[in-house]
Design a protein around this ligand. Structure first.
Ligand SMILES: Cc1cc2nc3c(=O)[nH]c(=O)nc-3n(C[C@H](O)[C@H](O)[C@H](O)COP(=O)(O)OP(=O)(O)OC[C@H]3O[C@@H](n4cnc5c(N)ncnc54)[C@H](O)[C@@H]3O)c2cc1C
Length: 481
C-alpha cells in the first residue's frame, strides 16, 4: 500500500483527544442481508430527506457500508446513510476525524492546520451543518490592502461595490473598475445558488475580458482570490470563481468559535456511538470489504472511499491523481492585535515578501488565544523550500513595513503549518461533479470529485451516499440538490 497520512508533517499530525474514537461492535462476519428491510423500516418511520438526526443510537451491528476516510466527505456520507437507517462504519487512518479541517491546541492557542474559513452562504454547509451550534464568528466584510507603503480598504465589494470602491484609500481601483465590479457581482449572483458548471475559461482571463485594470488585479483580485485558490495566477475555472464571488456576496467568511475542527466534530457527534473508528488505516480493498493495517479484515455490502484523491489512486489503481496546491501559515503569539478591525489583510505588492494575507483569528473568535494574548496568522501561497527560521525572518521583515519593526519583533512564533496537499488543483474544463460510482458496490467521494472546498467535500459525500441508496432501491424521498 502507498503512503497514508504522514504523521511527521503538519498534514498528518494526529491529535489524540476526540469524542469519536471507538471500535465498531461486531466487525467481520460480513452480514447485512436484512439491510433493505432495516432501511425500509427506517424510511417508514423517519425519513428525513437526508437531514442529519441527533446522535441517538449505538452502532451495535455489523456495518452495511464501510467508509474509508473520516474527512468532511466521509462524515457527510455517513450522516446521509445513517439518517436512512443504514449502518455505516467510518474507518479513519488518523487519530481524529476531520482530515484537512483540523485544529491543534498549542499553549492555549487554537491553530487551524493552515488558515481556513467557512463561508456561511455555502449551500451544502447550510444543509449538512447546524450553523448556529458552530457559533460562527464573521470577519469584517471587505478587506484591508497593503500596497505601495499604505494600507487601504475595500469596504464591501460584495454587497455594496460602489461604496467599496470609494472607500479604497490607496486608489487602486479606477471608477471603471467599480462599474465592472457591479456587473461581475450581478452576474455571479445570478449563478450563486448552484455549484458552478465546468468552464473552459480561467478566472484571470474572464477578469481581463471584463476589462479590470492591472491595478485592480494586483491590489485586490490576485491577493484575495489568489489566497482562496492558492494560485496568484488565478488559473481556476471562471465558473468556480464566480460561484465563490457569489458566496462572498451573499454570506460572510467565518470561523467557528471553537476552531475549524468544530465542523467535523459536529458531524461525527451526530453519528451513532462507535460509527467512527480512528487509527484504522485501510491498506487494501477486497471483494467483500477492506483490510486495515495489522491485517484485520472488515466486511460489508458496499465500500465508499472518502480519502483524498492521492489515497484513492493508491487504493484503486487507475483512478486519476490530480496535482495539488499548497499553503504555509505562520502562527504568532502577540501581546496585542496589530489590526484595527477583524478583517483579512492582503498583500497588494506581490514582490514585497512571502506573506499573501494575514489575519488575527483571536479578533474574530476570542477562544483562538488565551486571555490577554492574540493569535496572528500569516499565510504564504505554496510551500517554500526555506526552513522555518528563514521563512519567519522573511515574513517579519515584510510585516515590519505593514505594522512596525517593534510590533513584529515582539511576536513569538508558535508553529509553521506547511500543507503541501491543501487543495486538488481545479482546472478549466474539468467536470466539477464527477462520478461517485467506481464499480459495483464501490463508491468514491471527496473534494476532488466536486469543488476543492468544504462545500464540495460535503456535497460529494451526500452524492455518494445517495447513489448507493439509489442502487439499493432506497432512493425514494431523498431530496437531491
Ligand atoms: C490549509 C487549508 C485551507 C483550506 N481553506 C479552505 C477554506 O477557507 N474554505 C474551504 O471551503 N475549503 C478550504 N480548504 C479545503 C477543504 O478543507 C477541503 O476541500 C475538505 O476538507 C476536503 O475534505 P475531504 O473529506 O474531501 O478530504 P480530506 O479532508 O482529505 O479527508 C480524507 C480523509 O481520509 C483519510 N484517509 C486517507 N487515506 C486513508 C486510508 N487508507 N484509510 C483510512 N483513512 C484514510 C485521511 O486521514 C483524511 O482524514 C482548505 C484546506 C486546507 C488544508
Amino acid at each position: 500500500m502507498g503512503d497514508g497520512p504522514d504523521p511527521s508533517s503538519d498534514e498528518g499530525r494526529d491529535h489524540g483527544a476526540t469524542g469519536v474514537t471507538g471500535r465498531a461492535g461486531d466487525e467481520g462476519d460480513g452480514r447485512c442481508a436484512h439491510v433493505t428491510k432495516v432501511a425500509r423500516r427506517a424510511r417508514r418511520s423517519n425519513w428525513n430527506g437526508g437531514t442529519p438526526r441527533r446522535r441517538s443510537s449505538t452502532m451495535t451491528k455489523t456495518p452495511d457500508v464501510l467508509i474509508v476516510g473520516g474527512g468532511l466527505a466521509g462524515l457527510a456520507a455517513a450522516r446521509t446513510l445513517t439518517s436512512h437507517g443504514i449502518a455505516a462504519q467510518v474507518l479513519e487512518a488518523a487519530h481524529d476525524v476531520g482530515g484537512r479541517v483540523a485544529t491543534d491546541e498549542v499553549e492555549g492557542f487554537l491553530l487551524d492546520r493552515g488558515f481556513q474559513v467557512l463561508l456561511d452562504s455555502y449551500p451544502e454547509a447550510r444543509r449538512a451543518l447546524d450553523m448556529r451550534a458552530l457559533d460562527l464568528r464573521p470577519f469584517a466584510a471587505g478587506a484591508l490592502i497593503r500596497r505601495r507603503g499604505r494600507t487601504g480598504r475595500v469596504g464591501d465589494p460584495w454587497r455594496d461595490p460602489l461604496a467599496g470602491m470609494r472607500s479604497l484609500v490607496s486608489g487602486a481601483f479606477t471608477p471603471a473598475d467599480a462599474w465592472r465590479m457591479m456587473r461581475l457581482r450581478s452576474d455571479a449572483l445570478l449563478g450563486a445558488p448552484a455549484e458552478p458548471d465546468a468552464a473552459t475559461q480561467t478566472a484571470a482571463r474572464s477578469l481581463a475580458e471584463r476589462g479590470f485594470s492591472e491595478r485592480a488585479l494586483d491590489a485586490f483580485f490576485r491577493p484575495f482570490f489568489g489566497g482562496v485558490f492558492l494560485d496568484a495566477q488565478l488559473s481556476a475555472p471562471r465558473g468556480w470563481f464566480e460561484f465563490l464571488f457569489g458566496m462572498f456576496a451573499t454570506g460572510r467568511a467565518t470561523l467557528p468559535g471553537a476552531g475549524m475542527r468544530a465542523i467535523p466534530r459536529q458531524l461525527a457527534a451526530g453519528l451513532p456511538v462507535g460509527a467512527v473508528r480512528t487509527g484504522a488505516r485501510v491498506r487494501a480493498l477486497r471483494a467483500d470489504g477492506v483490510e486495515i493495517d495489522g491485517g484485520e479484515v472488515l466486511r460489508a455490502r458496499a465500500v465508499i472511499i472518502a480519502t483524498d484523491a492521492r489515497h484513492l489512486a493508491v487504493l484503486v489503481p487507475g483512478m486519476r491523481a490530480p496535482s495539488w496546491v499548497g499553503c504555509t501559515t505562520l502562527h504568532y503569539a502577540a501581546a496585542s492585535t496589530p489590526l484595527d478591525e477583524p478583517a483579512l489583510m492582503l498583500n497588494g505588492d506581490p514582490r514585497s515578501g512571502p506573506v499573501n494575507h494575514l489575519c488575527v483569528p483571536s479578533d474574530i473568535a476570542p477562544r483562538y488565544a488565551p486571555a490577554g494574548q492574540h493569535l496572528v496568522s500569516a499565510t504564504v501561497i505554496g510551500v517554500p523550500a526555506q526552513d522555518d527560521a528563514t521563512l519567519d525572518r522573511e515574513a517579519r521583515s515584510q510585516l515590519a513595513h505593514w505594522f512596525s519593526a517593534r510590533t513584529v519583533a515582539d511576536w513569538r512564533l508558535l508553529r509553521v503549518s506547511r500543507v503541501a496537499h491543501t487543495l486538488p488543483r481545479l482546472t478549466p474544463g474539468a467536470n466539477v461533479e464527477r462520478a461517485v460510482r467506481v464499480s459495483t458496490g464501490l463508491y468514491a467521494c471527496g473534494d476532488h470529485l466536486e469543488t476543492p472546498s468544504i462545500n464540495g467535500a460535503l456535497r460529494s459525500g451526500r452524492r455518494a451516499a445517495e447513489a448507493l441508496l439509489e442502487d439499493w432501491g432506497l432512493r425514494d424521498g431523498i431530496a437531491v440538490a
